[in-house]
Design a protein around this ligand. Sequence first.
Ligand code: FAD
Length: 474
Amino acid sequence: STAIVWLRRDLRLADNPALHAALAAHARVLPVYIHAPEEEAPWQPGAASRWWLHHSLSALDESLRACGARLHIVRGPSLQTLQRLIESCGAAAVYWNRLYEPAALARDRDIKQSLRARGITAHSCNAALLFEPWQLATGEGSPYRVFTPFWRSALTSMDAVACTPAAQRIDMPPMPTCTPLAALDLLPRLRWDRGLAAHWQPGESGAQALLHAFIEQAVHGYKAQRDYPAVTGTSRLSAHLHFGEIGPRQILAALREHAGNDRVGAASSIAPYVRELGWREFSHHLLYHFPHTPTRNFNPRFDVFAWADDGVHAEALARWQQGRSGIPIVDAGMRELWHTGWMHNRVRMIVASLLTKNLRLHWLHGARWFWDTLVDADLANNTQGWQWSAGTGADAAPYFRIFSPVAQSAKFDAAGDYIRRWLPELAAVPAPLLFQPWRDAALLQRTGYPPPLLDLAASRAQALAAYQQLRAQA
Ligand code: FAD
């Protein structure tokens, strides 16, 4: 018999439970990618994600060829495309790995019903998470809203997490006609993507290479190094995880093997890193249970918060986006983002604090910019990251905790290496002047670096006053 494996964001052959299950039950398997970005509206993949997707699909096709198959690419809509393919290759079943964004969940539920109504087996699996978002619940059976108890509960079930073996040989039915990858038009017409190409190798083998480099070089120092943006102290696996080129179970298995033990309890050397994978799990748990949060405050008290008027701040928003705010650590981060499609987590928190607190712009302005520019743009993680930073989220940094970009620079980029890497015009400026170059007007003149778009102390006081007003209303 023949089955279709509908690949989406599980673009790998190893630890791919849908592919594994299809191969175990059927003689022939057709691996399919259906391009239907409109079905993900209003969060269709942004420009950087489309770039990554193009290269990831190309890498997957290559791996499939090594197994005797190839990737069948078609344009959507998904249900009609699947029905057409089922007819043309006589498939009896469709397998896929689950997605958890609200639009994808609703679509997949409908597709499952329609296929089953026509007598087709529709089988979905979990490739993306250690735990299904509905698997962990509080003692009262409700969703967790606080990370620590969520993670404590997850750790008690961690031993049961295991991988499925990699596909070796795939026999395909005769191929129906398909769309060439280039026709999906995922690459930019203006070639702004050179920085991305220099920094990333999308695909399963690129993910494995990063994982092994991280295990060899950085995992032991992760706890101490992860906050310093000038060093490669983190795994940089986020985009690979988003596209499912690697799964968290594979990471966990490799870390356990390296650490020579099966435990990931608090005392283990790999625990601090696994805990970050835990934040990814928690973000998915929150998105599943609170599907309105990509656009609305998790904490409804903030629905009446006095965000600054968008019109007045259009110029400020543009300067923030373009890395011309005049605040070096912020501009370094925004330029790293523009150039590489990625930004260090510490700096993401700093730029988000400036936007939502000092500038008092609604966090959605930041979330949307990140959505378009990050190669790892992920609805669960981005929503949680922005709501956490803005103070509107579950288990969030309180609104009154406002990062000082100057103090953050001195603490996490003390030698100024990160700032100088992204702001070459300030390369000759010594620290600590580098952290606040506006203190030397002649320096700004000489380098052409812009004056700051706001007064950090005054804007901080205004943000705190707006927050006091909100508290008084409660
Ligand atoms: P590592 O430190 O090596 O962590 C390993 C993995 O754990 C990451 O790849 C990621 O999958 C997960 N992880 C780490 N930190 C977090 C976190 N705080 N929340 C959820 N998962 C986490 N991450 C995204 O993947 N996509 C986003 O769109 C995104 N937007 C963010 C927006 C803001 C404002 C903030 C503050 C954070 C955001 N993050 C996002 C979380 C975090 O910054 C990135 O996951 C991390 O920087 C990726 O680098 P890494 O792979 O080297 O991380």
